[in-house]
Write a protein that binds this ligand. Structure first.
Ligand code: ADP
Length: 248
């Protein structure tokens, strides 16, 4: 059944910067609907891996597939994004002078597939999608608030919401809870775990408590390749992982 097969597939991927191997024979498979956490010390290659998936960085060798049909190495960044791969960077970038609602509306109309046919019917669809996304992100009460005066956590949820407007199949999220309060972290955990199943989510995160609270499957990167993979308990008790983290 293809729906439960891998949605993202990296095989023997390598890339060097000035002779330094940032990604070194990386193999990674993300299943459809999975929520995966990627951890690893600074310089492990986490950001470079995300850049390769989104087409920002081209690997020197290897293969990257999305679904069973899309060879991502033949596509550029906008083409890859249009397959339904959304990326959330660490710093929130919302339109501060617009309301929460308007931010979500804009995130949808920025989609070139919708813009030429922005009919009344489409408008209705956008509105119902906005309602769904407000619900998913817990921002229903704040729909009219200016994005500029939201809390840090609320801005992060709004930006995830903006990505969700276009119903991505794979969401890449970079350090979502950096700078968040404990309470905001709990809500972010609920949001991300709620998304899994409907789309695949890959989270790069440093906060181990947060990783434990959301991830069923954790991948540890080190020196550009996979050092360990498994449940949080499995990887945390892996002697190689302990050595890498103690040595940081
Ligand atoms: P992480 O996100 O896990 O901290 P990165 O992917 O940012 O790791 O970096 C992996 C390694 O590659 C680091 O040693 C970094 O200095 C190096 N690197 C990343 N991008 C570049 C680049 N554009 N030019 C040169 N070196 C880079």
């Amino acid at each position: 059944d293809v729906r439960h097969g891998p949605i993202l597939y990296l095989e023997d991927v390598s890339v060097s910067f000035d002779g330094f191997k940032a990604i070194d024979n990386l193999n990674l498979t993300i299943d459809d609907g999975e929520l995966r956490c990627i951890i690893g010390p600074n310089g492990a290659g986490k950001t470079t891996m995300m850049d390769i998936i989104t087409g920002k960085t081209r690997p020197d060798s290897g293969r990257v597939w999305f679904g069973s049909r899309h060879d991502l190495l033949t596509m550029n960044e906008p083409e890859i994004a249009s397959l339904g791969i959304g990326r959330k960077f660490q710093k929130p970038t919302v339109f501060e002078a617009l309301s929460v609602f308007e931010n979500l509306e804009l995130a949808m109309s920025a989609d070139k597939r919708v813009l030429p046919t922005l009919t009344a019917r489409m408008n209705g669809e956008i509105r119902s999608r906005i309602d769904e996304v407000l619900e998913m992100t817990g921002l229903v009460e704040l729909r009219q608030r200016l994005a500029g005066i939201l809390s840090h956590g609320q801005k992060q949820w709004l930006e995830i919401g903006m990505l969700l407007m276009q119903r991505p199949r794979l969401l890449l999220v970079d350090e979502p809870v950096a700078g968040m309060t404990e309470q905001e972290m709990e809500r972010t955990a609920a949001l991300l775990t709620g998304l899994a199943g409907k789309q695949s989510v890959v989270v790069v995160e440093h906060d181990m408590g947060f990783v434990r609270s959301i991830a069923r499957q954790v991948t540890v990167l080190h020196q550009g390749s996979v050092l360990a993979e498994g449940s949080m308990d499995q990887v945390q008790n892996d002697p190689r992982v302990i050595e890498v983290y103690l040595g940081e």
